[in-house]
Ligand binder design. Sequence first.
Ligand code: ZN
Ligand code: ZN
Length: 229
Amino acid sequence: MSLCLICTHPSDAPRTACARCGDRLRGWLAEIPRQLVLLAASLELGARPAQGYGGAGRAHSPLPVRGDVLTLLGPAAPGPVRDSARDQTGPAPVHAILYAWADQLAEDLGHDLPPMTPRAPYADYLARHLDHIVRSAWVALLHAELADVVRRIRAITSTEPRRRALDAPCPSCAAFGLGHTDWQAYVDCETCGLLLTPTEYDEHRAAVMPALVRIGILMTARELTQEAS
Ligand SMILES: [Zn+2]
Ligand SMILES: [Zn+2]
């Protein structure tokens, strides 16, 4: 047993990040490519009103793009940026962050960095090797940088994953804390941190819910009887 470098909860060695923190990383890596599409749309918004409200003409050239969005969408540095990142002032672009960590990952795995895919630069590569990442010494640094970049992106796109509460109680702690958040692979318990695959949840639900529903009906019937008497 060791401690998760991110949340300090116990984690099964040789993991350096617990299952829950690993799942959060996987969720962000799935979210970022989707958010980049929204971010690109936000970039162009500044140019639209001039067309939409048409015809008045412009006294000044408007800033064609939003600076904060442009910063996030900036291109990946052409070479490794891990060392130079500390010299940078201001926040790093999403692509540069993903590139730097993909570069670190490829070095760990002892192979060449695969070519960048146009839509989701290296988010999928990192997600594919999450099993290695949650055993690496640098998982907490990656987690901190992704948390920051996801927070910055969501602030601009006003879009964040929704959490849907699920009705069966947690099989581990019995609290009603199970739920599923968009883009996460697992159903998780907010109370104890348990993770279940959707299939495991469905099986658990099928096993416990009929009895719970029966108890609920009996309790309601009893209350109604008491009220009537
Ligand atoms: Zn953790
Ligand atoms: Zn629980």
